[in-house]
Design a protein around this ligand. Structure first.
Ligand SMILES: Cc1cc2nc3c(=O)[nH]c(=O)nc-3n(C[C@H](O)[C@H](O)[C@H](O)COP(=O)(O)OP(=O)(O)OC[C@H]3O[C@@H](n4cnc5c(N)ncnc54)[C@H](O)[C@@H]3O)c2cc1C
Length: 497
C-alpha cells in the first residue's frame, strides 16, 4: 500500500482545490508547500499596520446567487462558499489616458455601451455591433466548450468556429477607429498578459463577457482568506498538509509515479502526483529529463515562459476619498497603443500602463479605520530584472516604483503625500516566492497554442497531473477550476480500482 493515494505539490489555487476535492472524495491526500502559508499568489503579507493583498484585483466567474458563475458551484461543492464573505465591485474599471481619455465602465452591459457611446459618439454603431458580437460569440462558446453540445459544427456555431482563434486586434480594427476607444474596450488584455495583436478573440471576448455578466469580486480578508478556507476544508476532510516542506524529487519507474522525496529527505510513496509547481520544475528538476517521455519534453521546449509583475503595495494615512480615489479598479495608461505598452514590459525605461486597485473603495473595512491601501501594478518580464547587477537592484526597484507613482499621480495627485507604507515587488520577488521560471504569474505565454484548448493537464507519465496557471490559463478562476478538474479525474481512476 502506498503511503498516500495522492501527493499534491504546491498550495496555490490549483493545488488547494485539487487537494480539497480529493480529500472530500475520501482519498488519502498529502499537500506539500514550500512556503509557510497556503495560497501561492493568492496570499497577503503584513507591513506596518497593513495586511497587503498580493495578487487579486478582480475575481472572475463567481456570479450572483441568482445568476451563478462556475466558481460559485465549485466553492460550494468544496463546502467553502459560506466561509468566505465576497465583496462585489460595482465597476469593471475606470480607464484614464491622461490628457486624452477618462472613462468609467459600470459592470452592466447597457451602462458600458452608454458610457463608451457618450465619449465616442462617432463610433456608436461600432460599439453596439462589437458588444452584439461579443455576446453572440460567447453564447456559442458556452454551448460548444462548457455545455459540450455533441452536435457542435461550423454550421451551427459559425462565430465560434470562425473567430475563436483569430487575433483580437483584427476584430478591434473592424469595429473601432479611435485607438483610445480600442484601449478602453480591450484593456482586459493585460489580464492575459498579451496585447490584442497576440491574444485570441476567444480570450478577450470571454473576459469582457464574463466580467460583465458574473461581475468582478473581491473578498473580506483578501485572497488569503479564500486560500485559508480551502486549506481548512482540506484538513477537515482528513487531508494532511506540510508547510515549509518543498518536494525535491519525484521517483518514476517504467513510466509510472512511485514516490515523492521532500527537501528534508522524506520519501513518500504514492501512485498519483498533482503538481501545482509548473511543468518545467516538475519534469526537469524533480523527475529529471532522462525519465520524461521525449514527446513531452519536445512540447515543453516549445512553450514560452510568460510574464511577471511589478507591484508597489501602498498603505495610505487617509481614506480613499481624501485622494480622489472613488473607484476600486483604475487603469492608468501612458499610451493608447497596446503594442507600445507591451514593449515596455520588456524594459525598465518606461511604464506603459499601471493598474491602481484600492480595495477600501468597495470594502471600507479592508484596512484599519482612517487608512486605506492600494496595489499599483504593471506587467514586466523577468529578463531585464535578471540583468540588473545585485549592487544596483535596490536602486532600480525604487526608481521603477517612483516612475509608477509619477504616472499614477497624473490621475491622483495627492497619493505621494499620503503614503505611509510602500513595498515594491519585482519579477524576481515572484520568482523567489513562487518558484516559477521568470516569476511568471500566468504560466506560459497566453498564445493560443498554449491555452487549455491545447495544453494537456495529464502527463504521459502515468499518475502525474498538472494544475495551475501553467495548465492552460492564468488567473484565479481558471487555476481554481484546474485543481477541481484534476481531482475529478484522479478520483474517477481511484474509485474504479
Ligand atoms: C501581482 C499579481 C496580480 C494578479 N491579479 C490577478 C487578478 O486580479 N485576477 C486574477 O484572476 N488573477 C490575478 N493574478 C494571477 C493569479 O494570481 C495566478 O495566475 C494564480 O493565483 C496562480 O495560481 P496557481 O494555481 O498557478 O499557483 P501559484 O500561485 O503559482 O502557486 C504555486 C504554489 O506552488 C508552490 N511550490 C512551487 N514549487 C514547490 C515545490 N517544489 N514544493 C512545494 N511547493 C511548491 C509555491 O510555493 C506556490 O505556493 C495576479 C497575480 C499577481 C502576482
Amino acid at each position: 500500500m502506498p503511503d498516500y493515494d495522492v501527493v499534491v505539490i504546491g498550495a496555490g489555487n490549483g493545488g488547494l482545490t485539487a487537494a480539497a476535492g480529493l480529500a472530500k472524495n475520501g482519498h488519502k491526500t498529502l499537500l506539500l508547500e514550500r512556503h509557510n502559508v497556503p495560497g501561492g499568489c493568492a496570499t497577503s503579507f503584513i507591513r506596518g499596520r497593513f495586511e497587503f493583498e498580493v495578487a487579486l484585483h478582480q475575481l472572475s466567474g463567481l456570479g450572483l446567487p441568482e445568476f451563478p458563475g462556475p466558481l460559485r458551484g465549485l466553492l460550494s461543492d468544496l463546502g467553502v462558499l459560506d466561509k468566505i464573505e465576497f465583496v462585489q465591485q460595482k465597476n469593471l474599471y475606470r480607464i484614464v489616458i491622461p490628457g486624452e481619455m477618462d472613462i468609467n465602465l459600470k459592470a452592466e452591459r447597457a451602462a458600458v455601451q452608454e458610457a463608451l457611446m457618450e465619449k465616442f459618439p462617432a463610433e456608436k454603431e461600432g460599439i453596439k455591433k462589437f458588444f452584439d458580437l461579443v455576446y453572440a460569440f460567447c453564447m456559442e462558446l458556452v454551448s460548444v466548450m462548457f455545455i459540450k453540445d455533441p452536435e457542435a459544427s461550423p454550421e451551427k456555431y459559425p462565430l465560434f468556429f470562425k473567430l475563436s482563434l483569430k487575433d483580437s486586434q483584427g476584430i478591434l480594427d473592424d469595429y473601432f477607429k479611435n485607438p483610445c476607444l480600442q484601449q478602453a474596450v480591450s484593456i482586459y488584455w493585460s489580464y492575459a498578459g498579451l496585447p490584442p495583436s497576440k491574444l485570441s478573440f476567444m480570450d478577450l471576448a470571454m473576459m469582457i463577457w464574463a466580467y460583465i455578466e458574473f461581475k468582478p469580486w473581491h473578498m473580506k480578508g483578501g485572497s488569503q482568506a479564500m486560500s485559508n478556507a480551502i486549506c481548512d476544508a482540506f484538513i477537515t476532510y482528513g487531508g494532511e498538509a506540510r508547510f515549509n516542506c518543498a518536494a525535491k524529487k519525484i521517483k518514476v519507474e517504467n513510466g509510472k509515479i512511485q514516490s515523492v522525496i521532500t527537501e528534508d529527505g522524506d520519501e513518500i510513496s504514492t501512485r498519483f502526483v498533482v503538481s501545482n509547481a509548473g511543468p518545467i520544475p516538475t519534469l526537469i528538476d524533480m523527475i529529471g529529463a532522462d525519465n520524461c517521455p521525449a514527446a513531452e519534453l519536445r512540447t515543453l521546449n516549445a512553450r514560452t515562459v510568460g510574464l511577471s509583475a511589478f507591484t508597489l503595495y501602498m498603505g495610505f494615512d487617509c481614506d480613499p476619498a481624501d485622494m480622489g480615489i472613488d473607484k476600486t479598479t483604475n487603469f492608468i495608461c501612458s499610451t493608447a497603443d497596446a503594442e507600445e505598452a507591451y514593449k515596455r514590459m520588456k524594459t525598465l525605461d518606461a511604464v506603459g500602463f499601471s493598474l491602481l486597485t484600492c480595495y477600501d473603495v468597495d470594502d471600507p473595512e479592508f484596512s484599519p479605520a482612517g487608512s486605506c491601501q492600494a496595489a499599483l501594478v504593471t506587467l514586466q518580464y523577468a529578463q531585464p530584472w535578471m540583468s540588473v547587477p545585485p549592487s544596483k537592484y535596490y536602486d532600480t526597484k525604487y526608481r521603477f516604483a517612483g516612475a509608477m507613482i509619477d504616472l499614477a499621480e497624473k490621475v491622483f495627485p495627492d497619493i505621494r503625500k499620503h503614503l505611509e507604507e510602500a513595498e515594491p515587488a519585482t519579477p524576481l520577488t515572484h520568482m523567489r516566492y513562487l518558484g516559477h521560471p521568470g516569476g511568471s504569474i500566468y504560466g506560459s505565454e497566453h498564445f493560443t497554442r498554449e491555452t487549455s484548448l491545447f495544453v494537456e493537464s495529464k502527463s504521459a507519465i502515468q499518475g502525474l497531473y498538472f494544475t495551475g496557471a501553467w495548465n492552460g490559463s492564468g488567473g484565479f478562476q481558471p487555476t481554481l477550476q484546474s485543481g477541481a478538474s484534476a481531482a475529478r479525474s484522479i478520483s474517477w481512476l481511484l474509485n474504479k480500482r
